[in-house]
Design a protein. Structure first.
Length: 118
């Protein structure tokens, strides 16, 4: 069984930076994709960024140029580097791992709160 543990959330002023981490434990199959989502109060969960086994990435338009997703395969950890944070980035951030040939394995972390004050 794979477990995902997020960390790095907190309170930051607008314009500041945070780095979120998501550490995966257990047997992780390839190929896989790791994604960050976020959910603000009263809103639907939305995809923020993704990184795939081969290293390719994609981002939501709202975070392009400000957020960077990266992974350390040796540590089974994915990071979300968040710069130039805005109050609208305030949300609970979740990481998600999908793995296997058909992405049949699907795991979520418990979430970490990010609050950006104006």
């Amino acid at each position: 069984q794979v477990q995902l543990v997020e960390s790095g959330g907190g309170l930051v002023q607008a314009g500041g930076s945070l780095r979120l981490s998501c550490a995966a434990s257990g047997s992780i199959f390839s190929p896989n994709a790791m994604r960050w989502y976020r959910q603000a109060p009263g809103k639907q969960r939305e995809l923020v960024a993704a990184i795939f086994s081969g290293g390719s990435t994609n981002y939501a338009d709202s975070v392009k140029g400000r957020f960077t997703i990266s992974r350390d395969n040796a540590k089974n950890t994915v990071y979300l580097h968040m710069n130039s944070l805005k109050p609208e980035d305030t949300a609970v951030y979740y990481c998600r791992l999908r793995a296997g040939t058909l992405y049949e394995y699907d795991y979520w972390g418990q979430g970490t709160q990010v609050t950006v004050s104006s």
